[in-house]
Ligand binder design. Structure first.
Ligand code: ZN
Ligand code: ZN
Ligand code: ZN
Ligand code: ZN
Ligand code: ZN
Ligand code: ZN
Ligand code: ZN
Length: 1721
């Protein structure tokens, strides 16, 4: 440590030496030097350690100042030969800017690739180039960069079209051809060359230097001190937490310092954690190593001499300097490229660039970043060297020919996988971590291979052919090692002991899938290559087969007069493998070969003669039989690994190069064989041969006594076998197999997906195989088969099948799973029925086979198949009993249908080709041959059509018979007759009848089910009524559940006018109706009574800033804050909401206790979190599971009578002020008595008549209600102030009144924002909540200290009627008037209860309303804005009076305040200001008095529109000219006005620079978002973490409330909040949203809701792609646009205070959300 202290003074000691330094002289000296490198090294050796690394901090400021002066400047002098600024400027003049954009991407920056024009998906544009390119109008993909890539704009090889954006378009032709060095003198070129080679060499040496205590030759420092750094390096093994913990121990630092160390290590790759002498550093190192070596390998730590570190620091600076200096001139850039790529003395791969790349993994991250940066600004910006550099890195055709890269990569790859079995196949043992790592290496090789293959050649040269085929050979070697790997043997008897490893092989297969496809595409582009590759592949396959044919004996199969030789082989007994890449590659090549011209014209020239069809089909067939047997349950004991393999075999990720190719191989083989032979071999491999070959197979089941399981098994196998035959004959949508194009294939896939149900774009994408460019080809065809339906506010856009495409539907589509198949069948039948059609689903018309496959159709009419079909039909004559299956019959009927459709097609086509020997109808009309004299298939069908047990198949049988009849007619009428439509109408009627019957039966079933349910329910009801008999009779006549609605619509009152406040207000008449409510917990009914059992509403109280007009105001100090007066900026409020569900208080208490107990038990057992925090009083509403944290008691309306004559305002004010005086002195006296010093000048004031100071009124409420009053009050206080509950605190009632006022204001705003009328549009739950909240407000004083409430009232009143005895009264500019009104009204009962003189509460309420309204008018006038222009003055005499009045009042104010107020000429404008400004207050007041006094609102307020003002004033008992309130009591008001204006705060407020709150306050809304999502990505990518010095933030997150961008989910920006470390978002919500936050995670395109420290959830973002889908995680990359509707929905959730509730619901629905550490976001 001591060393560190003294060294700090060193620089100043050297100062004079530095001042005398001359860069010019040094450069001059260098010019004369004979050994320049030595001279420069000497200079560096001398100065670098004097500038760098003199203290613990590696990057202090002065280094940045000294380095240019002492180190860079001489280099520049030398290079330019003159004053650098002059020389560089000259160079800059001749600079030709690069045509290449080369913009280097920052982490998270948006990148664009054109799906149509990019040469490959790695070609990308930066945002600027993209916006100026033609691709903007194309189908493009947007992604975010992982950092480090660069923009390919201007690279003609990267783009098929539009390589330049507007900015990079070359303006002078051939400018790039000119040699950039032409403008430079020979001497200068030489000097530049010298400097660049020395400096680049120096930098490379230093960055790849791995000695800790020595330096390269020539750089040894003249003086060597004992100063070292303990350098900690990044590794991927240790976690952040481990590193932090270790550092705290090792270098004895605080947690904060350790976090900062760890962050830097993570960011830069290394960080010095200690500076001092060797001993000192070594000690830290040993502690670190010791501490981290226990579990894994230790953290990497080095003790490095300061001079080594110093030179490394300067090496980085030097690279940056090189990058800067080449910007001046393309000539300098060219020289640097030459220097970098020049071969070193060690020969190949020894250039400086090579050295850097080879050492890449050894370097620390910071160094890597710097040199990558330099590469990108030099090599990649120079069109000549970009190509050279590409070779160094690896790319395309050139590489295959010149570097033979393909072979090299594949050989390396094969070498890496060393474990082989006896046949040389790969063997993967258990997937250990180490192997997985090795596998990753292998996978990166696959990546390299993909890179080489990604751009297919357009022209082939002989050399390229040769090299490619050489690579193809190597590739076959690789595939040969995979052919037959991981073989399985059926387990019988007992279960396998250990699941065999299978994933590695499949991972390999999956990774190779694209490579295999690309290999085939390359072959397809050249016929010669294709034929050669085919031959090679065939010989590879033959080689594979020779290895494992031992032990297979030949046998002879014969059936239906045919016989064939084959081998004896049972899948169920011998080894079988699912991995057959060689066979499958051959299958792919075979199909490709079939598309060539040779195949059409001269098939004999193809290398087909060497093929042995039985050999071709053998292994693919085994594989398909294996699947069938697994399906039939024969392989159950082989465990899950086999099930998984079968799954992946068919899965969209693998099937293209697995299942699909096996099918093609079977098709290829079968097309070259006698179909009878083929089928017999198939039967034999399915182990069904013995069944179908026996002479009396048609009678098989009547006598068979086989085990039931075996019968079942054979049934399934038969079904699978029939399905396979259907596929072999019917799957023709692969180019080469059938006469189709690849788009037909895609179209058909989509049709079959949409036959299941309408699907979203992303679902379709998932169901289609992607090529290496992640394209499915869907966009080209989707519109021809589907209609797009846009999404609503939720859900996503859906594609629906075009009705005319349904005819393509094939029930036995080969990519359907069984589940898909049955769903599709059901859906298609339903649609047909809905359209009133026959629900039969006949096989579709298929495209024609290609010539090589054409003979496949003969399978349909071959004897063996007909024999099989006949047998099954014969079995079906008897009701099943398990001896045959419905599916089996259905498949047989489908095959017969296929035969008929094929025949029809042949008949149509017979005109132009003579292939009419397909006569299926003839074949099925013949009697069976093998067992002689059996009925023909047709005869069987005719019999079956009337079999009662075949109801389900009848329509298909009928369709077949009808089609047969049609075909016969066609044949008879010769070729002249047109073929008839396959779906006839002759039997339509019977079908309809059948349908009707079916529907009737279903309806009957449904009715019975309903009746059963009803019976159950009425039983329950009866039970319930019996139990609650009394209650039931009582309440039968008033079953109205809503408490409020009963009151609202029964106007009976003293006065007929609907007035809600004042002595004339509406009153519930003598027939005041009882309020009955039902407890949701015990179902008992209960009357709301003052003295009854307490009923409560579940409620949720939360702090809110939704209405805040000042988000900068810091949160109040909860212990000191005095909430009595709400500031008009409404910065923090307390909102109360409720789901509206009512319970007995005791029922609720019992429920809550149970929840608590459950939670305690749960916590003891396992540390699971819940979505609610019980310790904080939270629970879920027992009925709707809405998050709640307290309950509000329900109270009846307070009874008041129409009282006698009441004092007017001035009389009332004087009485009240007397009362106040008396109270004040009484309170002071009491305080005095308790020993507090009496204040001066307080006289004894006698109370006015009937005012009893010492009176304590009786509390009217029952004990349970009192308890609930306290409960809710305390909860509001606790939550609203964020303090511990304390029911004695004087602020409890204030918080309650405040919550009442704030909630009403919120709802008033919400109604305005949603354009709903003030009354009648609120949902019941809000209605109930507001009414109970206001009534609670008027009662809460009864459970507080009366003196406290009285004191509050005195202070509140003093704000309106200034009283010298009351101190700290805010000025009227600083008071929210509605809060004041509510608090006055709700606290007044504490005064009134002392009065016995007959003063009424109603009169007082009206007086308060008048006073506050006048004060608010004054407030509005004071803060009004001068009119901007002369507005058109409309409105005649009616408004004149108001305008004059308001002008007079304003001028009065000006006389009091003078220049503080601007001049105003237009009364119209002022009146307009007042009216608009006061409206929200009046509306809120109307709501308040409505709920307080129960007066129904006039009809005008139930609708929107004109007349609101008058109706409001009438309802509130106010004159519609509000100014009359002032002028009618002018003598009283005038002095008040004067006193308000004389408050020093007013003048201060008017003059202060801080913006005044003006009225009306506008509703807050969420920030505006850009229409295009990439604008946000761009904004986020330039956002840097505010704490780690210009570093990119990993999870930039946007606050949607205030627009702040935050560095979320990162250690760097964690702060401490209430003693806990929290992430930037949580910390931000604390101030911005009082704990609630709405964010957009920009990288993820995800909305984040946060509440408190523990709650959060993700929410769908308001950005959609053109398919109406969101892209959470930005995986799809489609352009995203703002959906205003969805954004408004988020905003509404926020304005309604429903965010917390939304989180609660999300967490209840998805428990994994509960476990997330939201506070760290
Ligand atoms: Zn660009
Ligand atoms: Zn560009
Ligand atoms: Zn394009
Ligand atoms: Zn109850
Ligand atoms: Zn509820
Ligand atoms: Zn914010
Ligand atoms: Zn940060």
């Amino acid at each position: 440590m001591a060393a560190a202290e003294t060294d700090r003074e060193a620089p100043s000691a050297l100062c004079s030496e530095f001042l005398n330094f001359s860069a010019k002289d040094t450069a001059a000296k260098w010019l004369l030097a004979s050994n320049l490198p030595k001279e420069v090294y000497q200079h560096l050796a001398c100065y670098v350690p004097k500038i760098y690394c003199l203290g613990p901090n590696l990057n202090p400021q002065n280094e940045d100042l000294l380095a240019p002066l002492l180190l860079q400047s001489p280099l520049e002098w030398y290079l330019c030969g003159e004053e650098p600024s002059v020389g560089l400027a000259k160079l800059e003049q001749n600079n030709q800017p690069s045509q290449l954009c080369g913009h280097v991407f920052k982490v998270g920056e948006p990148t664009y690739s054109c799906r149509e024009c990019a040469a490959d998906p790695t070609c990308v544009l930066c945002m600027q180039c993209f916006l100026g390119s033609v691709h903007k109008e194309h189908r493009y993909r947007m992604t975010t960069s992982g950092g480090g890539g660069f923009c390919d704009c201007g690279d003609t090889e990267a783009w098929k079209k539009g390589p330049y954006c507007q900015k990079h378009e070359p303006n002078i032709s051939d400018s790039s051809q000119k040699d950039p060095l032409a403008n430079m003198t020979e001497e200068m070129i030489a000097r530049t060359y010298n400097v660049f080679s020395i400096i680049l060499k120096y930098a490379v040496d230093m960055l790849t230097w791995d000695k800790e205590d020595e330096l390269p030759e020539g750089l040894e420092p003249p003086v060597r001190g004992d100063t070292y750094y303990c350098m900690l390096f990044n590794d991927e093994v240790h976690t952040y937490e481990q590193v932090i913990y270790t550092l705290q121990k090792a270098v004895n630092c605080t947690q904060k310092e350790a976090v900062s160390f760890a962050t830097t290590v993570d960011r830069d790759g290394r960080k010095s954690v200690r500076f001092g002498d060797f001993q000192f550093c070594e000690q830290a190192k040993s502690v670190i190593v010791r501490n981290t070596s226990r579990q894994t390998k230790p953290l990497r730590v080095q003790v490095m001499h300061s001079s080594v570190v110093a030179h490394q620091c300067f090496a980085l600076k030097a690279l940056t300097w090189l990058g800067q200096i080449i910007r001046y001139s393309d000539a300098l850039r060219r020289i640097l490229c030459q220097v970098g790529l020049q071969r070193g003395p060690e020969g190949e791969n020894s250039s400086l660039v090579d050295t850097l790349m080879l050492c890449d993994s050894k370097m620390w991250k910071g160094a890597r970043n710097v040199y990558h940066q330099l590469f990108m600004s030099s090599l990649l910006m120079d069109s000549k060297y970009k190509k050279l550099f590409a070779i160094q890195f690896a790319k395309a055709r050139m590489l295959i020919t010149e570097e033979n890269l393909m072979t090299t990569i594949i050989r390396t790859f094969v070498d890496h996988l060393r474990h082989r079995d006896l046949q040389g196949r790969f063997q993967f043992e258990r997937y250990t971590a180490q192997q997985a790592f090795k596998f990753r290496r292998v996978q990166s090789l696959i990546g390299d291979l993909k890179y080489v293959l990604i751009s297919r050649p357009t022209e082939w040269t002989d050399q390229l052919r040769e090299k490619y085929l050489e690579g193809f050979d190597a590739f076959l070697e690789l595939l040969k090692c995979m052919q037959g790997m991981d073989p399985v043997v059926r387990q019988v008897g007992q279960h396998i002991e250990m699941e065999p490893e299978w994933e590695a092989a499949f991972t390999l297969q999956m990774k190779l899938t694209h490579i295999i496809s690309m290999m085939q595409e390359w072959c397809a582009s050249d016929e010669r290559v294709l034929i050669e590759a085919y031959k090679k592949c065939l010989s590879a396959l033959t080689h594979c087969h020779s290895g494992f044919t031992d032990g297979e004996q030949p046998i002879t199969l014969s059936m239906c007069g045919h016989s064939v030789e084959t081998i004896r082989y049972c899948v169920s007994q011998e080894k079988v493998s699912i991995h057959l890449p060689v066979s499958r590659l051959l299958a792919g090549l075979h199909a490709l070969l079939s598309t060539t011209e040779v195949a059409y014209r001269f098939p004999v020239q193809l290398p087909l003669s060497e093929l042995s069809p039985p050999m071709l089909i053998e292994h693919p067939l085994r594989c398909l039989v294996l699947c069938a047997q697994v399906h039939a349950g024969m392989w159950r004991r082989n465990g899950f690994s086999l099930v998984n393999q079968i799954y992946y075999y068919h899965n969209v990720k693998c099937r293209v190069e697995m299942f699909d190719k096996d099918l093609i191989m079977l098709q290829a083989g079968a097309s070259m064989m006698d179909p009878n032979h083929f089928l017999m071999i198939v039967l034999s491999r399915f182990e069904l041969y013995h069944i179908f070959s026996s002479a009396d197979c048609r009678k098989r089941y009547s006598r068979e006594n086989a085990h039931k399981d075996v019968v079942q098994q054979n049934n399934t196998l038969t079904e699978e076998m029939l399905h396979l035959v259907i596929m072999i004959v019917g799957e023709r949508y692969t180019a080469g197999v059938g006469q189709v194009e690849s788009s037909d294939e895609t179209r058909r896939e989509i049709v079959h997906q949409l036959c299941i149900r309408p699907m979203a774009h992303s679902e379709l994408v998932k169901a289609l195989p992607e090529n290496e460019n992640k394209e499915t080809g869907m966009e080209r065809v989707i519109d021809s088969v589907a209609l797009f339906k846009k999404p609503g506010v939720t859900g996503r856009g859906l594609y629906k099948l075009r009705p005319d495409c349904a005819k393509m539907f094939n029930l036995y589509f080969h990519h359907y799973s069984r589940a898909d198949q049955s769903k599709a069948e059901e859906a298609q039948r339903r649609i047909k029925r809905q359209n009133g059609e026959d629900s039969v689903l006949p096989p579709p018309v298929l495209p024609r086979f290609c010539p090589l496959f054409a003979s496949l159709v003969n399978i349909l009419q071959c004897d063996v198949l007909l024999g099989i079909l006949g047998a099954v039909l014969q079995w079906a004559m008897e009701p099943s009993g398990g001896h045959w299956s419905e599916s089996m019959l259905q498949r047989v009927l489908h095959l017969i249908g296929m035969g008929l459709v094929e025949e029809q097609q042949h008949l149509i086509g017979s005109a132009d080709d003579n292939d009419t020997n397909f006569n299926f109808t003839l074949k099925i009309s013949r009697p069976g041959e093998a067992p002689a004299n059996t009925p023909s298939i047709l005869a069987l069908l005719e019999t079956l059509q009337n079999a009662p047990h075949l109801e389900v198949h009848k329509d298909m049988i009928r369709w077949i018979l009808k089609t047969v009849a049609n075909i016969k007619t066609t044949r008879e009428c010769t070729a002249s007759a047109p073929p008839s439509d396959s779906s006839g109408h002759s039997q339509e009627e019977t079908v309809r009848d059948k349908d009707k019957a079916e529907r009737k039966r279903k309806a009957e079933m449904a009715r019975l089910r309903r009746e059963k349910i009803m019976a159950q329910m009425s039983e329950m009801q009866r039970h319930f009524i019996n139990e609650n008999k009394e209650l039931f009779q009582q309440s039968l006549e008033e079953l109205d559940p809503s408490t409020s609605s009963t009151l609202e619509h029964s106007p009976s009152s003293c006065d007929s006018a609907l007035v809600c406040v004042g002595p004339r207000r509406w009153r519930a008449g003598g027939s005041e109706r009882r309020q009955m409510v039902t407890c949701i917990l015990c179902q008992e009914e209960q009357e709301i009574r003052t003295d009854g059992k307490a009923m409560v509403l579940a409620a949720f109280v939360q702090r809110s800033t939704v209405m805040s007009k000042n988000r900068k105001r810091p949160p109040h100090n909860p212990d000191k804050y005095d909430p009595l007066f709400m500031h008009p900026d409404l910065s923090f409020g307390t909102h109360t909401g409720s789901c509206g569900h009512i319970m007995h208080s005791h029922c609720w208490q019992r429920y809550f206790e149970a929840v608590q107990a459950k939670e305690q038990r749960r916590q003891q057992r396992l540390r699971v979190h819940t979505s609610y925090d019980v310790e904080n009083g939270e629970f879920l509403c027992p009925l709707c599971e809405c998050l709640s944290n307290t309950v509000i008691p329900l109270l009846p309306l307070t009874k008041t009578s129409c009282s006698s004559e009441q004092p007017d305002l001035s009389q009332w004010l004087s009485i009240t002020s007397q009362q106040m005086k008396a109270l004040l002195s009484a309170h002071r006296k009491a305080a005095d008595a308790e020993g507090v010093d009496a204040m001066d000048g307080v006289n004894d004031c006698p109370p006015p008549d009937g005012f009893k100071l010492d009176y304590t009124p009786k509390n009217p409420y029952s004990s349970t209600i009192k308890e609930m009053l306290t409960t809710f009050g305390t909860a509001t206080y606790k939550v609203g102030l964020k303090v511990h509950p304390n029911e004695q605190d004087p602020r409890v009632p204030i918080m309650c009144w405040g919550s009442c006022a704030y909630t009403i204001q919120c709802i008033e705003r919400l109604l305005v924002d949603e354009e709903k009328p003030l009354f009648g549009s609120l949902p019941c739950r809000q209605d109930d909540c507001l009414s109970s909240l206001t009534r609670f407000g008027s009662a809460c004083w009864t459970v507080s200290s009366h003196t406290t409430v009285q004191n509050h009232f005195i202070r509140l009143l003093a704000a309106l009627v200034p009283d010298p005895r009351v101190e700290n009264t805010p000025c009227i500019l600083d008071i929210d008037m509605f809060h004041l009104l509510v608090s006055l009204v709700l606290s007044h009962p504490a005064i009134l209860c002392l009065d016995s003189s007959g003063l009424s509460a109603d009169a007082a309420q009206l007086h308060f309303l008048h006073l506050v309204t006048v004060a608010h008018i004054v407030q509005i006038l004071l803060t009004s804005v001068p009119e901007e222009m002369q507005m058109e003055q409309e409105g005649g005499g009616a408004e004149r009076e108001e305008e004059e009045n308001v002008c007079m009042l304003y001028n009065t104010l000006r006389t009091h305040l003078g220049s503080g107020l601007h001049e105003v000429s237009s009364g119209w404008h002022l009146w307009h200001c007042v009216k608009a400004g006061i409206l929200p207050y009046l509306r809120a007041a109307a709501l308040f008095f409505h709920y307080l006094n129960g007066a129904p609102a006039p009809p005008e307020l139930h609708t929107l529109g004109a007349g609101e003002w008058e109706a409001l004033c009438g309802y509130l008992c106010l004159p519609s000219n509000l100014l009359q309130l002032y002028y009618n009591n002018q003598e009283l008001m005038e002095p008040l006005l004067q006193r308000w204006c004389s408050h020093p705060g007013v003048l201060r407020g008017l003059q202060s620079s801080v913006a005044l709150i003006r009225f009306p306050r506008e509703s807050n809304h969420l920030i505006e978002l850009p229409g295009d999502y990439s604008a946000l990505i761009n904004q986020a990518s330039s956002f840097t973490c505010p704490k780690s010095g210009g570093d990119k933030s990993r999870a930039p997150t946007l606050c949607l409330v205030c627009g702040a961008m935050l560095c979320s989910q990162s250690y760097c920006c964690q702060t401490e909040l209430e003693g806990e470390d929290v992430g930037a978002c949580t910390a931000h919500t604390f101030a911005c949203g009082a704990g609630v936050g709405i964010f957009l995670r920009v990288r993820e395109s995800q909305v984040l809701f946060l509440a408190g420290k523990t709650k959060g959830c993700f929410y769908a973002p308001p950005y959609l792609d053109d398919y109406g889908e969101t892209d959470q995680g930005l995986r799809r990359g489609n352009p995203l646009h703002l959906c205003q509707e969805r954004y408004r929905k988020v905003q509404k959730l926020w304005r309604q205070h429903s965010i917390t509730e939304e989180i609660g619901h999300a967490q209840e629905a998805n428990q994994t959300l509960v476990g997330i550490d939201w506070q760290h976001l």
